[in-house]
Design a protein around this ligand. Structure first.
Ligand code: B1M
Length: 178
């Protein structure tokens, strides 16, 4: 309720005002910091104790992209399912996603993108995974990302919010038999 009706609603309004050039980057940054702090406060209440699974993911926002609020929500919801999340932060190159995934032996690579210009970095991740014939699933998400785009670039899963990202990740891990 606090997340959906206050924080996310507020951030959407910030997005509208930003687009209409009523406010500018500094104001958006202030709102983003407040949002991230708010999410941290809510973290204990977003944890779900049921259906704990044993598995891990690497998660990050793709290269060229500094938006991290959605990614942070995805992390919190996944951790709530018991999934170990290696958060690589923002501005993560495709090669780094794959290197870290191999190093940490994770089940899924999770890529977030908020800019249409940075979405192609997700295709790079998929291409490297396919070229190297790795047994790692790739999940993508973020406001401009769609199921069609997921299919176009050959990613394994698209989810449109943090809750479904955590549910799908848990399902993938369970199906792998972890
Ligand atoms: Co930026 N920005 N921004 N911004 N910003 C957008 C994205 C934009 C839509 C604003 C607009 O024009 N209305 C626009 C993108 C246009 C486009 O590409 N089509 C935009 C732009 C243009 C820019 C800059 C280029 C502006 C400039 O400098 N001139 C610049 C780019 C910087 C960069 O990244 N290189 C920029 C900068 C910034 C700030 C730094 C000021 C700040 C980010 C701060 C931060 O993240 N720490 C910022 C913000 C806050 C926004 C808006 C206002 C809000 C984004 C947000 O956090 N939403 C945004 C407008 C909007 O979205 N309405 C905008 C809340 C968050 C919870 O939603 O991230 O979508 P979201 O996550 C959702 C789902 O998408 C999903 O789960 C979450 C909900 O449960 N999800 C996943 C996310 N990742 C997932 C991964 C998954 C699954 C689901 O699986 C792996």
């Amino acid at each position: 309720m606090i997340l959906k009706e206050a924080l996310l609603k507020g951030m959407n309004e910030v997005g509208v005002l930003f687009k209409e050039e009523e406010i500018f980057v500094p104001e958006v940054l202030v709102a983003a910091r407040a949002m991230n702090k708010g999410v941290e406060v809510l973290k204990p209440y977003l944890k779900q104790d049921d259906n704990q699974v044993k598995g891990s993911v690497v998660l990050g926002t793709v290269k060229g992209d500094l938006h991290d609020i959605g990614k942070n929500l995805v992390r919190i919801m996944m951790e709530g399912k018991g999934i170990v999340v290696y958060d690589l932060g923002t501005d993560v190159p495709a090669e780094k996603f794959v290197e870290e995934a191999l190093d940490k032996q994770v089940d899924i690579i999770c890529c977030s993108a908020l800019l249409t210009t940075t979405m192609p970095e997700m295709k790079k991740v998929v291409d490297i995974v396919k070229e190297r014939e790795l047994d790692i699933k790739v999940m993508i998400g973020g406001a401009p990302v769609t199921q069609d785009y997921c299919e176009e670039i050959g990613a394994d899963y698209y989810t449109d919010d943090a809750t479904s990202a955590s549910e799908v990740a848990a399902q993938i891990i369970l199906e792998k038999g972890n």
